[in-house]
Design a binder for this molecule. Structure first.
Ligand SMILES: *[C@@H]1O[C@H](CO)[C@@H](O)[C@H](O)[C@H]1NC(C)=O
Length: 442
């Protein structure tokens, strides 16, 4: 990962350098020619001097505009080479160096577009143990992309089939997309149905050894490109509204019918997203389902308010969190508690929210382990003047993570380094596109 990031930065430097000699040459050409014209006409020295300054000024503006525009254009260079996918029987798409099989395993129930809402997420198969509880709370369509490179592919499929068998909500309501690095994909020439790939019938493909301990991902120090999975999960969901979540964040109950009820009074949603406040379990045990339970558990010290720093818990600070707990409207209605229009509020906040399906995409260069991977998408919402409506009586609870994370400090550092570099580059792109005085910052 480090090498990729470094290559990026050095090529950026080269590009920048390649601009300046050109502009120097141009400036040298223009200036002497103009100054000789003026001196030959014998205008007053003062006037000549003023004209000279004026010309330098105009040239300066021209060169500046030309070079900044050029730099913007240069940055959108170079797509990775594409891989022929047309003769595969499944709905397959390439995103950068990743391949994604969309709707590989479909939910038994087709969701009804208008009167429900999809929970969209990206996950590793080690996160899936949360799913029965989440599906039981959500009670509606769920669209999940599972990152499963190498032998994780087969393991993930087995896990998915056992969940479908054991849990009727998952069987009825969850649709699965699987994705992996191109170089760690199941063999394309004899790529088969999910049942066959899982090895449930005799002819199983896949040439990777299954790791006894850990996963293929962890052994290969592969990063989790969650944003690719999130984007596909959103685009493949069938409903007008989606909540993009993570599997260690449990929703409170009855969100779907209450939210749809709220929408009736809200009129056209326009550029609006509906934020679910986030709280965190202090230990293990059953996460609260309603606001009454949440308030009770907070008083008992079993729930902690979003706060702190370090592992990005600050990303969940939302404005007026403590007051939110004090406001008590009847549990069964959902309302807007507060509208955040202050652009600065987004600086230390990565909210989860319900939105329409056509929100700006998540940035696919950002990786989960590199932290702040959803930040660029929020910046884009801000640049497009979205309003953040914070809901009352609906929330998410962050539970203790069971999933394995990258423990190697050096690998982790290189992931963070990668995200920071890629993010800086993208921010420049966004500022090129939207202008630099928008008041949005991250
Ligand atoms: C599946 O979703 C539907 C709504 O699309 C819901 O009515 C049903 O209860 C869900 N199934 C289960 C077992 O929760």
């Amino acid at each position: 990962m480090e090498t990729v990031a470094d290559e990026d930065s050095s090529s950026m430097k080269k590009r920048k350098l390649s601009i300046s000699p050109l502009t120097m040459v141009e400036a040298q050409h223009i200036l002497p020619i103009h100054s000789t014209i003026f001196s030959s006409k014998r205008t007053s020295p003062l006037c000549a001097f003023a004209s000279f300054i004026f010309i330098i000024y105009i040239c300066g503006i021209g060169v500046y505009l030309w070079s900044s525009n050029f730099a913007c254009r240069l940055r959108n260079f170079g797509d990775p080479s594409s891989i022929p996918l047309s003769n595969i029987a499944f709905d397959v798409e390439q995103r950068g160096r990743y391949i994604i099989i969309k709707n590989y395993i479909r939910s038994a129930i087709q969701p009804n577009k208008g009167n429900t809402m999809t929970l969209a997420s990206a996950a590793l198969f080690t996160d899936l143990s949360h799913l029965p509880e989440i599906c039981g709370r959500w009670k509606g369509p769920v669209s999940i992309s599972v990152y499963a490179p190498g032998s994780d592919f087969k393991t993930a499929l087995k896990k998915i089939f056992s969940l479908r068998l054991a849990n009727s909500c998952i069987h009825q309501n969850v649709t699965w997309h699987l994705f992996f690095d191109f170089e760690f994909s199941p063999s394309w020439d004899k790529f088969q149905s999910p049942e066959e790939e899982a090895g449930m019938s005799t002819a199983a493909s896949g040439s990777y050894d299954v790791w006894i301990k850990g996963t293929f991902k962890s052994h290969g120090h592969l990063p989790f490109p969650a944003n690719i999975g999130r984007n596909v999960a959103i685009r493949e969901s069938k409903t007008d509204f989606v909540l993009v979540g993570d599997l260690n964040y449990y929703p409170s109950i009855n969100i779907i019918p209450r939210f749809l009820e709220l929408l009736k009074y809200q009129g056209p949603t326009g550029n609006r997203v509906y934020v679910l406040p986030v709280f965190k379990m202090a230990g293990y045990g059953k996460p609260p389902e309603t606001k009454s339970e949440l308030v009770q558990m907070t008083a008992e010290g079993n729930i902690v308010l979003p706060s702190g720093t370090e592992d990005c818990t600050q990303c969940n600070i939302f404005p007026n969190a403590r007051k939110w707990l004090e406001v008590r409207s009847p549990d069964e209605t959902l309302s807007v508690y507060y509208v955040s229009r202050e652009k600065e509020e987004l600086e230390s906040w990565q909210p989860y929210y319900i939105s329409t399906r056509d929100i700006p995409l998540f940035d696919e260069d950002q990786i989960k382990e590199g932290k702040f991977d959803r930040k660029l998408q929020l910046l884009e919402l801000c640049l497009q003047h979205y309003e953040f409506h914070i809901l009352d009586n609906a929330f998410l609870v962050q539970v203790q993570e069971v999933t394995e994370t990258t423990k190697d400090v050096n690998v982790l550092q290189s992931f963070i380094h990668h995200n920071n570099l890629a993010r800086e580059k993208k921010i420049e792109d966004l500022l090129c596109r939207y202008g630099s005085d928008t008041g949005c910052s991250i």
